[in-house]
Design a protein around this ligand. Structure first.
Ligand SMILES: [Zn+2]
Length: 173
């Protein structure tokens, strides 16, 4: 397990460091990952970072803080434009418009993944959960979890993303 996760020194978030956190895809897939420039400014040891791959429409990537390390997850979105009704993201609990929440699946790490064992979650189609929990005023298309402060929402997002990452790693259920 320790080989599957890596600590990122603050300020050292290179593409190579990001690729090395990936736990549930081949090295080739990690190598082909496109990392938008803004990701290098993030601090995935303390917040969930997610993005859709600009060159691979069904691909999504998530960096999750878990037990002092960063777990990188390769996700695949269900084909199509997302859930057709208003839906709530399982990770950030934001209520989104039709099409803005998608079902994502992650192969389980290791042998289970090679046998096509997957874990699924509904999440914001753009995987921008970290931004969505910071929204102060609900809009008709984006309603953050009501009655919580931004820091409570951030904490909830970290906890739920960590639980999802743990399922992928099969360290907890
Ligand atoms: Zn979300």
């Amino acid at each position: 397990m320790s080989s599957a996760t890596v600590d990122l020194e603050h300020g050292q978030l290179t593409d190579e460091a990001i690729r090395s956190t990936m736990t549930n895809c081949s090295r080739g897939e990690a190598h082909r990952m496109r990392v938008p420039g803004w990701v290098h400014e993030c601090d995935p040891a303390h917040e969930v970072v997610g993005w859709r791959d600009p060159k691979a429409p069904e691909r999504g990537w998530l960096l999750v803080p878990l037990d002092e390390a960063v777990v990188g997850l390769a996700l695949r979105a269900a084909p199509g434009r997302g859930v057709r009704a208003t839906a709530v993201c399982d990770l950030c609990r934001t209520t989104r418009s039709p099409g803005d929440v998608s079902l994502f699946v992650a192969a389980r790490a290791g042998e289970a993944g090679r046998k096509h064992d997957t874990v699924g979650t509904y999440a914001c189609s753009d995987l921008a959960c970290a931004d969505n929990v910071r929204v102060l005023r609900a809009t008709p298309t984006l309603k953050p979890d009501p009655g919580l402060s931004v820091s409570q929402r951030q904490e909830g997002l970290r906890e739920r993303a960590a639980a999802f990452a743990a399922k992928v790693l099969a360290t907890r259920d």
